[in-house]
Design a protein around this ligand. Structure first.
Ligand SMILES: C[S@@+](CC[C@H](N)C(=O)[O-])C[C@H]1O[C@@H](n2cnc3c(N)ncnc32)[C@H](O)[C@@H]1O
Length: 230
């Protein structure tokens, strides 16, 4: 376990305990509802791997856009809710810790919603190595997350090794959670340094939407086999 292992254990405990209340922002926040409503426009295709699927709010959209979905999360409680929400035979749920899990096969799209911000900066290179290992040639990572403006709505704890916020749950319990409010330009540069070509843009005010391809794939995009235009 690294020096942030205790924090990551607490983070996971938070999501296990928060499963029943996790969906509330999807009901209460109009901007989040708009973001999800536009998810059908994301460049998701083929065989899809969803990381940190939570209660499966994004999974049905991925299932509709792609051929099949493998959705991974470490927490049993939100996974149970996701299994109830998404019963499509093309969707498979897997319980695994993303900080140790390695994909057994490759996918056309690797998608993650509100997960990148929970990866400590020190683990970002290893996380993107896992994404690369999960992508087929010419595959693409697609992600959505909170942008910098969202920091104003969180209880940010000062002077932490990894950026951290405090979450309070309905039962009164308090949990520390990693939360990196990525700036699109800096994240694009950080990903370039790791060998990725990323396009990241603000969306619906407080959010960001990104795509990333490994540089070799971005330089040599797949030539369409569709009908030639005159
Ligand atoms: C902010 S939620 C995002 C859920 C979902 N993608 C969404 O946007 O609604 C973060 C998710 O990460 C999961 N998680 C936390 N630590 C994890 C880990 N080490 N490995 C896999 N999933 C983890 C939590 O269980 C939770 O479902």
């Amino acid at each position: 376990m690294g020096h942030d292992g205790v924090l990551l254990t607490e983070q996971l405990a938070c999501y296990r305990a928060a499963a029943a209340e996790y969906d509330r922002p999807y009901t209460e926040r109009a901007d989040l509802r708009r973001l999800l409503a536009r998810a059908g426009e994301l460049p998701v295709r083929g065989e899809v791997l969803e990381l940190a699927c939570g209660t499966g709010r994004w999974t049905p959209v991925l299932a509709a856009l792609g051929d099949c979905v493998t959705a991974v999360d470490a927490a049993a409680e939100p996974l149970e809710l996701a299994r109830v929400r998404v019963t499509s035979p093309t969707v498979r749920f897997v319980q695994a810790d993303l900080f140790t899990w390695r994909p057994e096969r490759r996918y056309d799209t690797v998608f993650f919603a509100f997960w990148l911000s929970h990866v400590p900066p020190s683990r970002l290179p290893a996380f993107w190595d896992t994404v690369a290992a999960a992508l087929a040639p010419h595959g693409r990572a697609v992600f959505v997350d909170d942008g910098p403006a969202q920091a104003a709505h969180e209880d940010v704890l000062p002077d932490r090794t990894a950026p951290t916020v405090l979450r309070r749950l309905d039962d009164g319990s308090r949990h520390r959670v990693v939360k990196v409010f990525h700036d699109p330009a800096k994240l694009t540069a950080d990903l370039a340094a790791l060998g990725w070509t990323a396009h990241i843009r603000p969306a619906e005010g407080n959010y960001l939407v990104g795509t990333a391809m490994r540089e070799a794939d971005a330089c040599h995009p797949v030539v369409s086999s569709g009908p030639a235009s005159s």
